[in-house]
Design a protein around this ligand. Structure first.
Ligand SMILES: Cc1cc2nc3c(=O)[nH]c(=O)nc-3n(C[C@H](O)[C@H](O)[C@H](O)COP(=O)(O)OP(=O)(O)OC[C@H]3O[C@@H](n4cnc5c(N)ncnc54)[C@H](O)[C@@H]3O)c2cc1C
Length: 401
């Protein structure tokens, strides 16, 4: 019987443990926290968007690698897995899937129940700090200098996002100890900081619209959905989706801008024509019928216009400028809210050094990886937990072979 140790009792570590135990291994989870699955409780605003039934490899940074894993354990397999544990799924817009209970604790409860039912050993409040391989297997050392031995090791330590949940990046050091390269790390699915004199005025303004990420004057990603201005910058699902590319460029010291379409429903020409129709009105009043009240003063300032000037008193190029601002207002991105508020870490253990079928290391035989510790990240909407489940199940399965 193979002795398998899993470092990390988060999403991917829990399913890896269940898969390995069900396939006959002697399994131990080593978890730094006093309980399992802490981060899962914070997911999906406490509802746990545990998968996305439409998740495809193209929704991740390394589709070829993800495809190989999804072919063996797909989003549909995830649904069946959780259904068999007692979860009744609720599929919402864009394939986002939650437990019908709308409680993330349902997901941790059923996983922990299964861990207990299978008799999987769990060592709590233990941080593995280093590891090495000898002729027999792996030796791990914890914060107290105590050691653990196993034939097969699965690193399921997560990344750097939400460090208070326990994932503080120690897993990368363990992977390095065992010969692996870590690609460049940066936060993804995170709120962005902007450089703008208007942030105080815009704080709290929320509206649905188009946002586009601009690099070298070229649009590189456009999203539609809720946009929320805050006192530090900008947030909302649209921004989280743009944040990966924004942070990747910022980490290379490139300049990036966010272009916000304040009036998404009309083209710039239609806005221009509409303003002309309102020619007898003060410009402020014309704007009040088009955009959120809090944005009006900002637009007027940006267009260098007085609130009470009538539209028919403006020159055509002033109306054009106004229409352009309403159609495209640019903000310089200066950074992000960092790992503290990120949902996922981009970068990680280099996938070129991992067998895409078995998730076994190509550097150290008997070593496996699962979840976010690898250089895999996906879109916002259930994709990252789906990766944790698929990769965890596959790593757990092959670790027993
Ligand atoms: C606020 C928030 C909301 C999110 N919402 C969603 C969502 O709705 N849907 C979605 O798909 N994804 C969501 N995600 C992302 C998703 O939670 C993660 O991608 C997923 O949990 C990663 O699973 P993992 O097992 O790789 O790592 P983790 O879940 O981070 O688990 C790692 C575990 O390893 C333990 N550990 C780490 N290092 C050590 C060590 N050295 N020794 C011992 N133990 C260690 C940690 O304590 C932790 O329990 C969200 C993330 C955040 C932060």
């Amino acid at each position: 019987m193979k002795k398998v140790i899993i470092i990390g009792g988060g999403a991917s570590g829990l399913i890896a443990a269940i898969a390995a135990k069900r396939h006959g291994a002697d399994v131990t989870i080593i978890e730094r926290n006093i309980k399992l699955g802490k981060k899962i409780l914070a997911t999906g605003n406490g509802r746990c968007n545990f998968t996305n039934v439409d998740a495809e490899p193209i929704h991740y940074n390394n589709p070829t690698f993800v495809k190989s894993v999804f072919e063996q354990f797909s989003p549909q397999d995830t649904l069946l897995f959780f259904k068999s544990l007692g979860i009744t799924p609720k599929i919402e817009d864009l394939g986002k899937t939650y437990p019908l209970s709308e409680q993330a604790s349902s997901i941790t409860d059923v996983l922990i129940y299964e861990v207990k039912r299978l008799g999987i050993e769990v060592v709590y409040e233990t941080v593995i700090l280093s590891a090495h391989k000898d002729s027999k297997g792996f030796v791990l050392y914890d914060q107290k200098g105590e050691s653990f031995y196993c034939d097969r090791l699965i690193i399921s330590t997560g990344g750097l996002a939400l460090p208070q949940s326990g994932s503080d990046g120690t897993g990368y050091q363990i992977a390095k100890d065992l010969g692996h390269e870590i690609t460049k790390l940066f936060p993804a699915l995170v709120k962005l900081k902007l450089d703008s004199p208007y942030l105080k005025q815009l704080d709290g303004v929320k509206f649905p619209g188009f946002v586009t990420l601009i690099h070298n004057q070229t649009p590189i990603q456009t999203e539609f959905g809720d946009i929320l201005f805050t006192k530090y910058g900008i947030s909302g699902p649209t921004i989280l989706q743009l944040s990966r590319k924004a942070n990747a460029l910022l980490s290379n010291h490139e300049s990036v801008f966010i272009d916000v379409k304040l009036v998404s429903e009309l083209s710039v020409d239609q806005i221009y024509d509409r303003l002309l129709e309102l020619k007898n009105l003060p410009v402020e009043l014309a704007l009040l019928g088009l955009i959120n009240r809090k944005i009006v003063a900002v637009v007027l300032k940006e267009a260098h216009l007085m609130a009470d000037v009538r539209i028919d008193q403006l020159k055509p190029n002033q109306i054009k400028l106004l229409a352009n601002i309403l159609s495209s207002m640019k903000f310089k991105v200066t950074g992000s809210k960092g790992y503290e508020e990120a949902q996922v870490t981009a970068g990680g253990v280099n996938c070129d050094e991992i067998n895409p079928v078995t998730l076994e290391s190509l550097k150290a035989k008997g070593l496996y990886f699962s979840g976010e510790v690898m250089d895999i990240d996906g879109l916002c909407g259930g994709y990252n937990l789906q990766w944790a489940w698929s990769s965890g199940y596959i790593a757990g399965l092959y670790a027993t072979k």
